[in-house]
Design a protein around this ligand. Sequence first.
Ligand SMILES: NC(=O)c1ccc[n+]([C@@H]2O[C@H](COP(=O)([O-])OP(=O)(O)OC[C@H]3O[C@@H](n4cnc5c(N)ncnc54)[C@H](O)[C@@H]3O)[C@@H](O)[C@H]2O)c1
Length: 401
Amino acid sequence: MKVSIIGQGYVGLTISVFAAEHHEVIGLDKNQRVIDALSQGKSHIEGVDSSDLAKYISAGKYKATTDASEIAGSDVVVIAVPTPLTKDRKPDLTFVVAACKTIGENLKTPALIINESTSFPGTVRNLIKPEIEKYSGGLVGHMYAVSPERVDPGRTDWNQKNTPRLYAGLTSEASTAVRDFYSSFCDNLVEVSSPEVAESAKLFENTFRQVNIALVNEFAQIAHALGISVYETLDAAATKPYGFMKFMPSAGVGGHCIPVDPSYLADTAARVGVPATFIERANEVNLEMAKYVVGRVVADNGGSLKGKSVQVVGVSYKPNVADVRETPAEIVIEELRKTGARVTWSDDLVSSWMGESSTPLGGSDIAIVVTLHSVTDPAAVLKSAPYVFDTTGKVIGAYSL
Ligand SMILES: NC(=O)c1ccc[n+]([C@@H]2O[C@H](COP(=O)([O-])OP(=O)(O)OC[C@H]3O[C@@H](n4cnc5c(N)ncnc54)[C@H](O)[C@@H]3O)[C@@H](O)[C@H]2O)c1
């Protein structure tokens, strides 16, 4: 089949290489720099090997392009564009609407259109279908479906092949078509009764994580006030063989999913008149964690950081990826600068960020570990400053949550 994937980021590129094993894939992205690198077989996404890309390019199974007319004649089109929040934390579907315009204007033969971008229930039925039809200049007879993405960048044990994938079509014909497509590279497909269930399940999965992370972050503060170790307490609770799932405290949440998706659910809740109090409070607790961490460091250092040099270690939002979207390190740095501290950062995977460069580990009065990559030696981090505060629980001997 000819498969076009709109958006060649974390989700779209990952799907592209799995699909290219079985289909002819067009990877469309509006970012020329991304397309230039991909066309040379250079992957910018953890978990996607450049050697795989190069192999599929030379076999004629994968082509990266900014030219939207290349999607003409596709059998399947997958939408994998960002779904961020607006400044006032409302769903921002401008990228999805732009992708619909691209599809409507360039795809004039019937195809299966699948949305993998995370969005609120009703997006495929009430937004994607009408938008594409608006730009098609008449009904082309496309089938529409949703299959929310569950990729966890950098993870190797669960991948596209073995992670169960939810799906639902707007019609039974679309459900069958979407199953046929994914079964070429995914072992475990789970059909649900409507696109709205699939869309809601994705939002609930990430809201579940967000709320539980907030709970453990709040508990870390309680444990510290009690003078007990949050980590030992969590290990103790985790000996219960049922009814408990361990979440780890941190400086906050980051990435494109956990800080964002719950707000899509909260927005939907508001539209149907249900208060989403858990979601809103969880957001607040996670955002306040950076301030709490800085407060602890200030308290341990004589009540002021004015003039002190502080190095933040690890600025990506999670270990072993270079992704800095919505990273809690940004709020930690902001809070530190408010105290009058001189702040630098060091990250073995991120070389530049927010117009600044990563600095070599060490040389500051204080180090605060936000993210610890596998390639970063915890012993070296412990020795990097006279005072080290660790939010990851991995730097043994440091001050910790
Ligand atoms: N990153 C994850 O771990 C993850 C996991 C599950 C779901 N998701 C969801 O998948 C979707 C995509 O996320 P991502 O992390 O891949 O984003 P990303 O930012 O890594 O990639 C998106 C790509 O889409 C391109 N793009 C934007 N608008 C376009 C358009 N109109 N036409 C062509 N290209 C366009 C951008 O240039 C970018 O390269 C989001 O809805 C996200 O919530 C992400």
